[in-house]
Design a protein around this ligand. Structure first.
Ligand SMILES: Nc1ncnc2c1ncn2[C@@H]1O[C@H](COP(=O)(O)OP(=O)(O)OP(=O)(O)O)[C@@H](O)[C@H]1O
Ligand SMILES: [Mg+2]
Length: 258
């Protein structure tokens, strides 16, 4: 099983949107895919299921690792695609939950998922590289960094990638797969210049060729609780995430099982 994390230093850059739609693309390719919400804000659950506020999830498991992960799995209409919501995580949200020392528990979580024959487990994370997110990176094989295509954002990206690379000291199997530019607005020169600036700052292979365009459909899809490609109007976005999936598959080693 391959375990991927979607992380960023800054909030609001498109992590959750990328996690949902990329997981959907992998599930459509036939991989048994689990999307796990490790952000106490619970955005995956809010985006994909109506009853998410009442669902137990990832943080309930961290509180009680004797729990059976199978009970936390929420199926979707696509048989290869399931998710685990963040759960009843108010202690973590308010900062009173144990923010460190969860590595061992998260390892236990992942090994239960592996035993259920998943091909791929994708973690959506909270912004920043500390606390639970750092522990999620401690169990991941690959990390993907979405970055909004805007002037203020791009300068911090090289440092972020360096920090992720240093995490390989703790987890040598962590592959820094690269940056995905999000919310790219082709008709806005600042957006294009930011994208170019980022490509100039980083080694060529660290920025994915596929960019996610800015499109209001993403906002509408998350309001309706769907991956954007499920919406009739969103069919064209399927090809964007399909391209991104193929690009990532060339980098992920060992390859994701089929
Ligand atoms: N390509 C896009 N085009 C237009 N809007 C987008 C796009 N991607 C994301 N959004 C919108 O931008 C907002 C932030 O996106 P998202 O929630 O995915 O970011 P995030 O990094 O997960 O945020 P947080 O750090 O709060 O978890 C959301 O309202 C989302 O619907
Ligand atoms: Mg999010």
């Amino acid at each position: 099983m391959t375990t991927l994390a979607i992380t960023s230093q800054k909030g609001g850059v498109g992590k959750t949107t990328l996690a949902i739609n990329l997981a959907y693309a992998f599930a459509r390719s036939g991989r048994k895919t689990l999307l796990v919400d490790s952000d106490p804000q619970g955005s995956v659950g809010l985006s994909l299921t109506r009853q998410s506020r009442h669902l137990s999830g990832f943080y309930d498991f961290l509180e009680n690792p004797a729990m059976n992960v199978e009970e936390l799995i929420v199926p979707t209409r696509l048989p290869t695609f399931s998710l685990v919501a963040a759960g009843q995580s108010s202690a973590y949200e308010l900062g009173s939950g144990p923010v460190s020392g969860n590595l061992h528990r998260i390892k236990g979580f992942v090994s239960q998922i592996r035993a259920m024959n998943y091909d791929l487990c994708i973690f959506d994370t909270a912004a920043g590289l500390f606390g639970v997110t750092a522990d999620v990176l401690g169990v991941s094989n690959g990390v993907i960094v979405p970055q909004q295509s805007e002037p203020l954002g791009v300068r911090s990206v090289p440092k972020m990638l360096e920090a992720l690379t240093r995490m390989r000291a703790v987890n040598p199997s962590l592959q820094v797969l690269g940056v995905v530019l999000t919310m790219v607005k082709k008709e806005l020169s600042e957006s294009l210049e930011s994208a170019q600036a980022l490509r100039g700052l980083l080694p060529q292979e660290m920025v994915m060729k596929t960019e996610i365009p800015r499109n209001d459909l993403y906002v509408q899809a998350s309001a309706r609780g769907l991956p954007v490609g499920v919406m009739e109007e969103g069919a064209e976005t399927l090809s964007t995430f399909e391209k991104l999936r193929l690009e990532l598959e060339q980098r992920i080693s060992p390859p994701i099982p089929t």
